[in-house]
Design a protein around this ligand. Structure first.
Ligand SMILES: NC(=O)c1ccc[n+]([C@@H]2O[C@H](COP(=O)([O-])OP(=O)(O)OC[C@H]3O[C@@H](n4cnc5c(N)ncnc54)[C@H](O)[C@@H]3O)[C@@H](O)[C@H]2O)c1
Length: 331
């Protein structure tokens, strides 16, 4: 079993990443197992057993305060101690909620994440962000609590619905722009083990230097400013990954890097990711949405502008500059 180890900026925190090719090779003894129902329904027979198994609904339905409360109550019933281990097997949503519960039970128990979607493998499982949504608002409550162990098994991807696959491909492509062009080749070859390994190496490097997102980690928000607007304006009919992939070339064009934007769109197309923004999502609607974004400050908003592969910069734009550059890119 291949192992990559990341150490984060807190001296006492590290995450070991194990890679296995078969689900039956996953070795993760646990005192409390949290399972994504979308995974349990398909893989029940191949997954190891545990005395305390809690099934959560897949997707955002598992990121609620009620689910968190249920997990805490079940953890109490299972008499989980400070030295117990929680294992979470599922997509990013179930991992976010399960990790939140693990991070707060007895002020933090050992945590193993087994991501089962591409997005969770390349992104959500690593870096310690845990969260639940509050009153429909995404990720309003959370902690920063890196898992001590992540087990990656691309065999799970064989059953992932194509829309979920596109979400993960888009985040992986974002990671390629942020830190490693070679990821593009792995994705085009459908070599997901190599792609995930390379993505985790990039994210691990960035997060290790900036766990609390006060500097370099912001680069991972590439494509997200426009992406969040597109997602919301579409009434969430455009998925997060697809929206981010639409946002990345716009950010490049804001920086005047039109050639890179064109190359990015071509690669995305080859991977089956749509980057053409529907005509109903107008520049005016984007502006209106940006105005309501709480991430802006009196000085402006930080944009992540790609200049090329492995070359992104953080640029603080005041409202006037933001409008000007966005209008130029849009037309
Ligand atoms: N913590 C972080 O740093 C971080 C980063 C990015 C995204 N996220 C969060 O991740 C969530 C999205 O995660 P996601 O994209 O993994 O999707 P998801 O967790 O919403 O899962 C999508 C669907 O796929 C199903 N599923 C999972 N694995 C499967 C498999 N192997 N085969 C078939 N079906 C499977 C699930 O049951 C669910 O219905 C969002 O809530 C987002 O906020 C967190």
């Amino acid at each position: 079993m291949k192992q990559i180890e990341f150490t984060f900026s807190r001296p006492d925190v590290s995450t070991a990443v194990h890679l296995v090719s078969r689900i039956t090779d996953i070795d993760a003894p646990s005192d409390f197992l949290i399972l994504d129902s979308g995974v349990k329904n398909i893989y029940e027979d191949s997954l190891f057993s545990c005395d305390n198994v809690i099934e959560l609904p897949g997707g955002e339905a598992s990121k609620t305060p009620d689910i968190l409360k249920r997990l805490w109550l079940e953890m109490g019933q299972a008499k989980l101690r400070r030295d117990s281990r929680v294992v979470v097997i599922g997509g990013g949503a179930v991992c976010d909620a399960g990790a939140f519960a693990a991070s707060t039970w007895k002020r933090g128990v050992s945590l193993t994440l087994v991501p089962t979607t591409l997005l969770c493998m390349v992104d959500a499982s690593l870096g310690g962000k845990t969260a639940v949504n509050i009153a429909g608002e995404k990720n309003q409550a959370g902690t920063v609590y890196p898992a001590s162990e992540i087990i990656i098994c691309p065999e799970f991807l064989q059953t992932l619905p194509s829309e979920e696959m596109v979400n993960g491909l888009a985040e992986a492509l974002k990671t390629a722009v942020t830190g490693d062009r070679q990821i593009v080749e792995y994705l085009l070859q459908k070599d997901y083990l190599q792609a995930v390994t390379a993505c985790l190496a990039v994210k691990g490097r960035i997060v290790a230097a900036d766990l609390e997102e006060t500097g370099e980690r912001r680069l991972l928000n590439l494509g997200h400013t426009i992406g969040h607007c597109i997602e919301a304006i579409s009434g969430f009919t455009i998925s997060h990954g697809a929206a981010v992939a639409m946002g990345i070339p716009v950010a490049a064009e804001m920086g005047g890097n039109d050639d890179f934007a064109m190359e990015f769109r071509e690669i995305a197309r080859k991977l089956g990711i749509e980057t053409v923004i529907p005509s109903t999502i107008t520049y005016q609607r984007i502006l209106k949405h940006l105005e309501s974004d709480k991430k802006t400050t009196a000085a402006g908003r930080i944009w992540i502008i790609p200049r090329g592969w492995e070359d992104c910069e953080q640029v603080l734009l005041d409202q006037t500059a933001e409008r000007e550059l966005l209008e130029k890119a849009w037309h």
